[in-house]
Design a protein around this ligand. Structure first.
Ligand code: FPP
Length: 251
């Protein structure tokens, strides 16, 4: 299949797909003399607001990095509270997601999660499966390298069993086996919390994504910050390897 980047066209004002590293919960709490877990609770509210603002602005897909493969090495108590938050948050929010037309899906290594959380995830995915106003992907126990490895394993198994000719494997075949599957690549990546890193998020899918970093700590990230990120995106010229002249002339 084709390995070509998308055809050049003027950058639309609105990203179709936004991917977010929600960083800064711990520092937000520590600055208030609170336990780090209070920051995660506040972060959950900011995530809810980001979902609502995505709908308001007409963004089609939102991917939130809730828990990375590497976050398993945090103190057991913090991991436990995060997992508890995920279960409670899902149970509390799912009705609102259904009403708001949000389709929820999870990406990441589910085998590492508790049976209770996996069941809440499955049920929320099922309940929201008919929605199409916003596609919400939550990355939990997710790592970009894990994602690439699991896609490679799946292709290798098909090749071994004679279902696939390795010589014919192209970009699109690989992308289809990644966790985001048929979703468009993110147009805009946002990282809050002042760090300039991708931190093993969506390594393949971010190849041509516009990157936006801000100092705001995630619990403080609201509609004004989100709009600033969208305005940054609207001001970018996406060239996909071509020249600026080619993009302007549509060549
Ligand atoms: C990074 O901040 C944040 C996390 C590891 C957890 C993110 C989780 C939430 C925002 C709540 C759940 C949200 C959803 C959508 C399920 P940090 O703890 O690394 O902050 P720090 O860099 O200030 O220490």
């Amino acid at each position: 299949m084709s390995a070509n980047p998308p055809d050049p066209q003027p950058t639309p004002d609105l990203p179709r797909h936004v991917a977010v590293v929600m960083d800064g919960n711990g520092r937000w709490a520590e600055r208030r003399g609170l336990p780090r877990t209070a920051g995660h609770r506040a972060g959950m509210k900011a995530a809810r607001a980001a979902v609502e603002h995505s709908i308001r602005r007409g963004v089609g897909a939102l991917t939130l990095f809730a828990f990375s493969s590497e976050n398993w090495s945090r103190p057991a108590e913090e991991v436990g509270v995060l997992m508890q938050l995920f279960v409670e948050g899902l149970q509390r929010e799912v009705r609102q997601l259904v009403d708001n037309g949000v389709r929820l899906r999870f990406i990441g290594d589910r085998a590492a999660l508790s049976a209770r959380l996996r069941e809440s995830m499955r049920s929320a995915e099922e309940l929201t499966a008919g929605n199409d106003r916003l596609e919400l992907f939550i990355a939990a126990s997710y790592g970009g390298r894990w994602d690439i490895v699991q896609a490679a394993r799946s292709l290798a198994a098909d090749a071994r069993d004679g279902r696939l000719d390795p010589a014919l494997i192209g970009d699109a075949d690989f992308a289809a086996r990644l966790s985001l599957g048929a979703a468009p690549d993110p147009d805009l990546f946002i990282r809050t919390g002042g760090e300039f890193r991708i931190s093993n998020f969506l390594l393949w899918n971010l190849a041509y994504t516009e990157l936006y970093f801000c100092d705001t700590l995630w619990p403080d990230f609201g509609a004004v910050d989100y709009d600033a990120a969208i305005a940054h995106f609207a001001g970018r010229e996406r060239r996909y390897g071509r020249t600026s002249g080619q993009v302007r002339s549509g060549a």
